[in-house]
Design a protein around this ligand. Structure first.
Ligand code: EZ4
Ligand code: CO
Length: 408
């Protein structure tokens, strides 16, 4: 059996997705996700122009060899575009291997370690009252763990708060707005640090001590500010504080870690095990936030999690709507197979997206499950995909009150 064709499908059912579709000489189709939010066509070109020609004629079963061939063969290592492209190839090959074996991918990864993957949903509100309603709605939908984001008095739109909730829209399915240039938001760290502890105080008094609560600081704090936030949130027993400092500087978390026992998660913008080396060996974090899509695929993330396991660091894979259903399925197969699973982020895709990607995974009683279909369990409806043309989109940028660009 050889790989006969490698097509790149760019579709935009409400938001953009980049999918690699491999077909073997025996007609087996494998899918991989290479969606890089706001920079989608770079990953599509990397695959179409530089990778697809190399795949045709190769043995689809040689997953490790193909991974190393693309990673070492590029010479220019790592980076989000390269690693998303390699991830797509890797997922598609695992999908094919599962279909040929007649087994879901999690079985090929060692089989099931748990009944399902505990998922957390994104509750938010511009006010505490709206936030409490949003948490109640998520609990009604079956979520058993909740990420809490709220508006900050004096600031307008801030990261993670669905701005159309009042009109019944739960999520911004595409925080990357379809505008000619990024939308600009205003940020004030001092106002944020003053406001957040009170939000958690209100949430704990409404929902009690047991509900797992998470929070995302989206890379906006200095190590000292992050230490201050971690300490001020200790009474509310967070499941984790995510991305408190910028991702580039692993050493920043030494300061945070030494000052607070609030559990720490980082890594959605990382793309390789090397980005975690200090964080894991020095036990500076509790959770790995990579997505399978942005960190080199199932093969690479499996190795990352085995390395993390030695240091009692667990998974909390990134699962926003900008990871396609194919990328989400890949995460779920790892979630149920690895021993050091922690939690899975889950932002349900829009109905339009689910018409294009037919998913075998399910969400029942707070748990996600990849399903029993051979391979990854997701199908791409090419006809439905063709109806949605790529539309340029940009993630917002953030400025301090004086106009200085800050981390979004
Ligand atoms: O902002 O995926 O934890 N989740 C996140 C996401 C990211 C988006 C960026 O494309 O921080 O919502
Ligand atoms: Co995040």
């Amino acid at each position: 059996m050889t790989i006969e064709s490698a097509e790149v499908v760019v579709t935009s059912p409400g938001r953009n997705f980049v999918t690699l579709r491999l077909t073997t000489s025996e007609g087996v189709v494998g899918l991989g996700d290479a969606t890089l939010n706001g920079r989608e066509l770079a990953a599509a070109s990397y695959l179409r122009d530089h990778v697809a020609p190399l795949l045709v004629g190769r043995d689809p079963h040689a997953i490790e060899d193909t991974w190393q061939y693309l990673y070492r063969g590029a010479y220019w290592r790592r980076g989000p575009v390269t690693m998303a492209a390699i991830a797509a190839v890797d997922m598609a090959l695992w999908d094919i291997k599962g279909k040929v074996a007649g087994l879901p991918v999690y079985q090929l990864l060692g089989g099931r370690s748990r009944r399902g993957a505990l998922a957390y949903g994104h509750a938010s509100g511009t006010t505490v009252e709206a936030l409490v309603t949003s948490i109640h709605n998520h609990l009604d939908e079956g979520f058993r763990a909740i990420r809490v984001q709220s508006g900050v008095p004096g600031l307008g739109k801030v990261y993670g708060v669905g701005h159309d909730q009042a009109r019944g829209q739960k999520y911004d399915y595409e925080p990357a707005g379809r505008t000619a240039a990024p939308v600009e938001e205003t940020w004030d760290t001092a106002a944020y640090l003053r406001h957040v502890p009170g939000v958690f105080e209100a949430v704990r008094s409404e929902f009690g001590p047991e509900l797992p609560l998470l929070h995302d600081a989206h890379h906006r704090l200095t190590p000292n500010q992050a230490a201050q936030l971690g300490r001020s949130l200790e009474p509310y027993d967070l499941f984790w504080l995510e991305d408190c400092t910028p991702g580039e500087n692993q050493e920043a978390l030494r300061r945070v870690r030494s000052q607070t026992t609030t559990p720490l998660a980082i890594g959605e913008v990382f793309n390789s095990v090397h980005d975690y080396q200090t964080l894991i060996t020095e036990q500076l974090i509790d959770f790995v936030r990579s997505s399978v899509t942005h960190a080199g695929g199932i093969t690479a993330v499996r190795k990352l999690m085995d390395f993390a396991a030695i240091y009692q660091v667990r998974s909390g894979f990134h699962g926003p709507t900008d990871v396609s259903p194919v990328g989400m399925a890949a995460a779920l197969h790892l979630d149920v197979a690895i021993h050091n699973f922690g939690i899975q982020e889950y932002m349900p895709h829009s109905a339009q997206t689910l018409d294009v990607f037919r998913c075998g995974y399910s969400f029942v009683d707070g748990l996600l499950d990849p399903g029993e279909a051979p391979g990854l369990g997701v199908e791409l409806d090419l006809e439905a995909a063709a109806a949605f043309e790529y539309t340029p989109a940009y993630l917002p940028v953030n400025r301090l009150r004086d106009g200085t660009i800050h981390d979004w």
